[in-house]
Design a protein. Structure first.
Length: 352
């Protein structure tokens, strides 16, 4: 298939997503990485090619191109005209979504996850940036961290959205995706991070793993919405609700997609919304399009990590985090099993 690359739609930690058009004028999205680092994109292609659901971004194929004398691996997907939920929040100056919108997108996200889980796949990186929207609603995207439920793999995902059992390095199964749904509902409602008062990934992991706390559930949510989030954020993964149970929760069960869309649009103009704590959120998640280091909140992180690990090294219950994804980049955290614990930051050498 002949196609032409168009403007960039988004840049994640691993890839660049652009529009693409065919000679016949068809428009779609293409996610690309340099061929020397295609592993996560090949994995993503594998999972996307298996999954077919109205609530999962549709896969259209893949190819290899040569651009600027470099081999590029591309996967094609449906173009999602609204971008991600975070793009939507940013377009509204960081203001969170109204509760009707939150309920609608949450319902579609949980429907997508139930389908993904029923295929034996764990997504491992549910968050607003990975939920894409178009005129029909929300679809789950970015399968770069996905794995088979029975597969033993290094921990993958975004620290702010990690469940306690993941942060402790114990397991990353279906319940971990449900915890991330709870965090994403908070993100949608507030426009900000589920852990707004913590800004470095090691601190947040430590707090999630060992503090016994859950993220604060926004006061402005209805009791039904609060109850839904509390069922996602049960710290014990065995007691946490499953996607099948969540779909029966009154917060998301009540409307079908169409009636809910009409209601949400009517509510849009006068619904109360929560105000983003822009400074905190920007300081923890903003990515920059420039090549190389693009993780401003990690400026000086090597030092803070060194300090942090000095604090953590004394704790006997230190988890074996091996590989976690920061909000906008990868951080590799290595722990020397001989007992001499070391954390290293690795800012990826990625194509932008
Ligand atoms: P990260 O690892 O940081 O989560 P990534 O490198 O895996 O990201 P994606 O999450 O797949 O990349 O995409 C990055 C951004 O590109 C999204 O947040 C969204 O803004 C945009 N995007 C991705 N896929 C599409 C699509 N199909 N249609 C429109 N925009 C898209
Ligand atoms: Mg992503």
């Amino acid at each position: 298939m002949k196609w032409t690359r168009g403007p960039v739609l988004g840049r994640g930690s691993s890839a660049t997503v652009s529009t693409a058009t065919t000679a016949t004028g068809d428009l779609f999205a293409v996610k690309s990485v340099h061929l020397r680092q295609p592993d996560s994109l090949q994995k993503e292609q594998h999972f996307l090619s298996i999954l077919k659901s109205p609530y999962v971004v549709s896969y259209k194929g893949c190819d290899i191109t040569t651009e600027d004398n470099k081999m590029v691996y591309n996967i094609f997907m449906d173009y999602m005209s609204g971008g991600s939920i975070i793009d939507l929040i940013n377009s509204r100056n960081g203001v969170g979504l109204n509760e009707c919108e939150v309920a609608r997108y949450t319902r579609q996200m949980v429907q997508g996850l139930e389908y993904i889980h029923s295929n034996g796949i764990v997504h491992c990186d549910i968050k607003g940036r990975n939920v894409l929207i178009n005129e029909t609603g929300a679809k789950i995207g970015d399968f770069g961290c996905a794995k088979w439920a029975n597969q033993v793999t290094p921990i993958c995902g975004t620290p702010m959205f990690m469940a306690p059992e993941v942060a402790r390095g114990e397991e990353q199964g279906f319940p971990a995706d449900v915890w991330a749904v709870g965090c994403t509902v908070i993100e949608m409602a507030t426009g900000g991070s589920p852990w707004p008062d913590v800004d470095d990934p090691v601190s947040v992991l430590y707090r999630i793993a060992f503090s016994g706390e859950i993220p604060a559930i926004p006061d402005e949510l209805s009791n039904q919405a609060k109850d839904f989030v509390s069922k996602c954020l049960i710290r014990d993964p065995k007691k946490r609700w499953t996607t099948t149970e969540l779909l029966k929760h009154p917060f998301i069960q009540q409307f079908d997609d169409n009636s809910q869309q009409i209601m949400c649009e009517n509510l849009r103009t006068d619904s109360p919304t929560s105000v983003l704590d822009q400074d905190v959120w920007n300081s923890t998640t903003e990515s920059s399009p420039a090549a190389g280091i693009h993780f401003p909140q990690f400026d000086g992180l090597s030092n803070s990590l060194r300090q942090r690990i000095k604090q953590l090294a004394g704790k006997s219950e230190m988890p074996s985090w091996s590989c976690v994804k920061g909000e906008t980049d990868w951080i590799t955290i290595r722990i020397n099993r001989s007992g001499d614990r070391k954390i290293e930051e690795l800012v990826g050498d990625r194509w932008r």
